[in-house]
Design a binder for this molecule. Structure first.
Ligand code: OFO
Length: 170
């Protein structure tokens, strides 16, 4: 059985995963309308992943005798200025999400809720992957700079980057 505090923390995380999905969906639209199909695919896939992260917590809360709250759909920003800025936003967002996950892990320990703690370990590992992936993509974008040819190849390669990283809910 979930404590009130644990339930609230998990519901907050449900909202954050839902917001993440919306942000990446908006990034997908921005990329697609700028002709970057590879980046758009990366973002569409990422948006789907975040929705899966949200659903996983929803199911867990309900299974543990709590009630999951389906969050409002927030309208994210739609102007990302540049590819580099967009991936910086993505990276910073993932760092913030990792921090939130750590906070909930901390709550689970204080509540002596070892089932939730065990469940949350998947998110701890996932965040390591997501941060590493975002950092790697940002490094590549910094290397490319203003080189149009490099950007073309990057847009093509990012599909394989995602496949190799093997991210996604198990
Ligand atoms: Fe849900 O992993 Fe990114 O935010």
């Amino acid at each position: 059985m979930l404590s009130e505090r644990m339930q609230k923390s998990l519901n907050d995380q449900i909202k954050l995963e839902g917001d993440s999905s919306q942000i990446y969906l908006s990034m997908a639209v921005w990329s697609e309308t700028k002709g970057m199909e590879g980046v758009a695919k990366f973002m569409y896939d990422h948006a789907d992943e975040e929705r899966q992260h949200m659903l996983k917590i929803i199911r867990f809360v309900n299974e543990r005798g709590g009630v999951a709250i389906v969050p409002d759909v927030a309208k994210p920003t739609s102007n990302f200025v540049s590819l580099k800025k967009m991936f910086e936003i993505l990276f910073n967002h993932e760092v913030m999400v990792s921090k939130k996950i750590n906070d909930i892990v901390h709550v689970s320990l204080e509540e002596r809720d070892y089932a939730s703690n065990n469940f949350l370990q998947w998110y701890v590992s996932e965040q390591i992957e997501e941060e590493a992936l975002a950092r790697m993509v940002l490094d590549k974008i910094n290397m490319i700079g203003d080189d149009k040819g490099g950007l073309y190849l990057f847009d093509n390669d990012i599909k394989t980057i995602v496949a190799q990283a093997g991210t996604g809910p198990q």
